[in-house]
Structure formats: structure tokens, C-alpha cells
Design a binder for this molecule. Structure first.
Ligand code: TXA
Ligand code: MG
Length: 459
């Protein structure tokens, strides 16, 4: 297979999108009584079943090819390769056009797999005590509460390192996460390897939350995209560093500050990321690059936009995208539009979220609680708005997406909405911000929006 290391132009690949329903791939067999992916487990793959065959093909490509495979996780789609093999990891950077000094997250399928990687000689993989566990004690409460799930932890890089140097790029730490998507776990188990995987987008574009997004960005550059439907969480994992004192959040994500602060040793966790609201040097290397940005200009508003104030921000734009969340009404740019008092039914029953159960040590598994197939992501509606300008009435084309008031829905639909509005060819996207101090994914949503936006405007 071509590794893309040569200077000659690469021939476009035939990229195939393989639909795999996680309910069809086989049975997960747990080897301890807690029925948890944190313990030892294996997948008994279904026989003579197309979904299982596609999964096996992808696992084989991970083992033997230098081209990465795109696969769904509960956060966003990842672009996975054997984390122990340099040529395979280089394949990720080539396909993504990613700066090669930005390190990657290693995805593991069980704690015993991780322990063997961190300390191969000392661990049989099963028995361990807290004093000799290569997973530092500070992470134990997080691992038992949030794994598998949208949390990435920084671990000291063992010497000798089992990982290809391209994974960590001369950092003394390695970022590790156990995803909760059953397709991701199955791919890790079947390949028998730790998977280095960044988000499966072209660098600097919004992360992909559907297979179609991956295809749009990476068509012709990879062979296989596993399609497991839209991602449950929709924003990337929270990245934490528990090796520093106090521990810090390097990237906000699916696990919030308040959730972390409930864990012993993490009561004083600080935020150490930069998203325009802070000053200082970013701690996560990825944060220094332009991120999540569509081609269109993005203006992030905090407060109630109306047709009158919208006019001044439209400039000469003839085509505008609207990304509404909690309260902005439909037909916002129509001069006669009124702000209805009850835009949404705020009393509707809260959907189950990815928040883990604190009282029970066995975590909920995101895509078992929220089956992937059930998500529908809102799409854009077209209209024309007549606006008053100094030159009289002007028609503005509008592409409108309402994600609704629920934080989980906003997180799940955010990247998809930015991508869709961009593809409609709008000149500018007006986004309704939310209160980033709220729990769950609110801080992650505002962080990604700030990175995509050229300005944040308080109304
Ligand atoms: O949800 C996710 O985390 C997704 C899915 C695919 O798992 N992955 C993802 O990977 O978002 P990526 O590469 O797009 O973002 C990884 C982030 C980057 O900001 C990177 O700089 C940071 O993690 N990172 C990785 N290794 C690090 C390290 N050793 N020290 C500090 N930051 C690190
Ligand atoms: Mg990324």
C-alpha cells in the first residue's frame, strides 16, 4: 500500500463507506463479573454477516496497511492507525494534512491492554495494586467513573515507549482514551492494537460527526470509512492532565469541569485552555492552530439578535447562515419577526445524556444508553428575508438551522450545522451562543464556537 511518504503526487484512492450497525457485529463477552469494558473482554464476531465482515476488513487494514481507517466514536469520527507503527501513524498525518508536531490520542479497549503497554514486564494484565499500577493513582477515580467515555488522560510516556514517536512528538506524555462506542471498541479488539486516532477531518475544519463529513474531507485519501451513524456526543473528548499540580483541563469536552470536580483529587482542577476568552500560552499543542472553522465568516452572538441589529453585521452579505440554539426564533431576519415567549417547550423531558452515574461504579455506556441509529441531525431550511437598508428593501438569502435548547442536542448538531451552512455557500454565519458556565458540554460548545468565530459579540 502507498504510505504517502513520496514527493510524487499520490493517485486518488477509491474511498469506500462501509455501513456497520453495532447491534449486528456479534457478542461482547466479559471475562469478569462487572460486565464492563474496563475489564478483560472479547468480541465474538458474527459469521456470514456483512456488518461483521466490514469490521473485520477494517481491522485487517489497520494491521497490514499504512493507510488509516475512519471509524465512529461516541464523540466524533476518528482516523485510526496502529499506534505502535511509524509508517501507519505517518499515514494519519498525510491523510489529514495535519501539522506533524500536533500529538495524537491513543485509543485503548481495556485497562489490561493499557497496563501492558505502559509496563509490559511487570504486568500480566490482570492483577494490580495501587502502588505498582502504571496508571497513576490520580486517574483512578476518573477511569472508574468516565471510562469508557469522552475523557482523555495524559500519562507519562514509558521508556522504552511502545508507541511510534510520531504519536507523541517528543513530548514526555502520551494522551490515552477508552472510547465507549461499541464499533470503536470492537475495532480496537479485532485489530489487537492500540489505535492512534485524531478526529477524521482535514486539519482546521470542524470535526466530523457523520461518515458523510469524513467522506467530504478525506475522499480519495483513505480506503475505508466505517459508517456507524451520527456520533452521540458530537464534540471531542475532554483532555485532562493529572500529572501537573493542580490538575488541569487542556481541552473542554464531553466531561465537564463540574463532573471532574466531583472526583477525589480533582476538586481543584483548573482550566488551562485558550479559546479567546483567556490570555496566556495554550497548553494543549493542538490549540495553537486554527480550528473548527468553516470557510464562511462566523459571528458568535451572546444575547438576543433581531432583524434590526442583524443588519449592521450583514454588511454586503447576500447569503446568510443562521445557527440558532436556545431562544432565537425562526424567521429571525424578517423585519416583522417577533420573539415568541415560548419558542421551545423547555419543560420537555430531558433526554438521557452521556453523564455517568455517580452512585454506581459501573459506568453507563454512551451508545448503549443512546443508540447511534436514533439520532437525526437538523438540516438547513432556505428562505428569503426582506430587510430595510439605506437603499430601500434588500433581499437576503437565509439558510437556517435550529438545534433547539438542549445542550446535548446542540453539541451533537454543532459541527454538522457549521459544515452544512458552509456547503450552502453562505457568506456569513450568525451563531447563537449559550452560557458556557453551564454544566455538561456547554463549555465545550462555546470553546469550539469561539475557535470557529472571527468575533464574539455581546448584544
Ligand atoms: O474525542 C476525541 O478526543 C477525538 C476522538 C477521535 O477520540 N479525538 C480527537 O483527537 O479529538 P485530536 O487529535 O483531534 O485532538 C487531540 C488533542 C489535541 O488538542 C492534541 O494537541 C492533544 O489532544 N494532545 C494529544 N497528546 C497530547 C499530549 N501528550 N499532551 C498534551 N496534549 C495532547
Ligand atoms: Mg481534531
Amino acid at each position: 500500500m502507498a504510505s504517502g511518504k513520496h514527493n510524487t503526487p499520490e493517485k486518488p484512492r477509491q474511498t469506500r463507506v462501509l455501513k456497520v450497525r453495532s447491534s449486528n457485529i456479534g457478542h461482547f463477552v466479559f471475562h469478569d463479573t462487572r460486565s464492563s469494558f474496563r475489564g478483560d473482554w472479547e468480541l465474538h464476531l458474527s459469521k456470514q454477516n456483512q456488518d461483521a465482515a466490514y469490521l473485520a476488513e477494517a481491522a485487517s487494514a489497520i494491521r497490514y496497511s499504512d493507510l488509516p481507517v475512519a471509524f465512529p466514536t461516541e464523540t466524533v469520527y476518528g482516523l485510526g492507525a496502529d499506534a505502535t507503527r511509524s509508517a501507519a501513524v505517518q499515514g494519519i498525518y498525510n491523510a489529514k494534512r495535519r501539522p506533524s508536531d500536533n500529538p495524537l490520542i491513543v485509543h485503548i479497549g481495556s485497562l489490561s491492554q493499557l497496563r501492558k503497554l505502559l509496563a509490559p514486564s511487570e504486568f500480566s494484565g490482570s492483577a494490580h495494586d495501587i502502588a505498582t499500577d502504571p496508571i497513576p493513582a490520580i486517574y483512578h477515580p476518573l477511569v472508574s467513573r468516565f471510562w469508557p467515555g469522552p475523557l482523555t488522560i495524559l500519562l507519562p510516556l514509558p521508556t522504552p515507549s511502545p508507541f511510534a514517536p510520531e504519536v507523541t512528538n517528543s513530548l514526555p506524555t502520551v494522551a490515552v482514551r477508552m472510547p465507549s462506542s461499541r464499533l470503536a471498541l470492537a475495532l480496537i479488539q479485532l485489530s489487537g492494537l492500540p489505535l492512534a486516532a485524531p478526529s477524521a477531518n482535514t486539519s482546521s475544519k470542524p470535526s466530523p460527526t457523520t461518515a458523510a463529513h469524513v467522506l467530504y474531507d478525506l475522499c480519495g485519501r483513505i480506503d475505508i470509512i466505517l459508517d456507524g451513524g451520527p456520533c452521540a456526543v458530537g464534540v471531542e473528548s475532554t483532555v485532562v492532565d493529572g500529572l501537573s499540580s493542580p490538575p488541569v483541563i487542556l481541552r473542554p469536552g464531553g466531561v465537564s469541569l463540574s463532573m471532574l470536580r466531583e472526583s477525589p483529587g480533582w476538586e481543584n482542577v483548573q482550566t488551562a485552555y485558550k479559546d479567546g476568552a483567556e490570555t496566556g500560552v495554550p497548553r494543549a499543542p493542538g490549540m495553537k492552530y486554527k480550528h473548527y472553522a468553516p470557510t464562511a465568516r462566523v459571528l458568535l452572538f451572546c444575547g438576543q439578535l433581531d432583524a434590526h441589529s442583524a443588519k449592521q453585521y450583514l454588511g454586503h452579505s447576500a447569503c446568510c447562515g443562521l445557527l440558532r440554539t436556545r431562544t432565537w426564533p425562526e424567521n429571525l431576519l424578517e423585519r416583522k419577526s417577533q420573539i415568541p415567549l415560548n419558542v421551545y417547550n423547555l419543560n420537555r423531558t430531558a433526554e438521557p445524556s452521556h453523564v455517568h452515574n455517580t452512585e454506581n461504579s459501573v459506568p453507563e455506556i454512551v451508545d448503549i444508553v443512546l443508540p447511534l441509529q436514533n439520532y437525526s441531525i437538523p438540516s438547513a431550511k432556505y428562505s428569503q428575508a426582506k430587510m430595510d437598508t439605506e437603499n430601500g428593501d434588500t433581499m437576503v438569502e437565509v439558510w437556517d438551522i435550529g438545534l433547539g435548547p438542549d445542550t446535548s442536542d446542540i453539541a451533537r448538531g454543532l459541527f454538522s450545522a457549521l459544515r452544512e451552512l458552509d456547503q450552502k455557500g453562505v457568506d456569513v454565519i450568525f451563531v447563537e451562543g449559550i452560557d458556557g458556565q453551564e454544566g455538561d458540554a456547554a463549555a465545550a460548545i462555546m470553546n469550539r464556537l469561539r475557535k470557529a468565530a472571527e468575533a464574539e459579540i455581546a448584544l
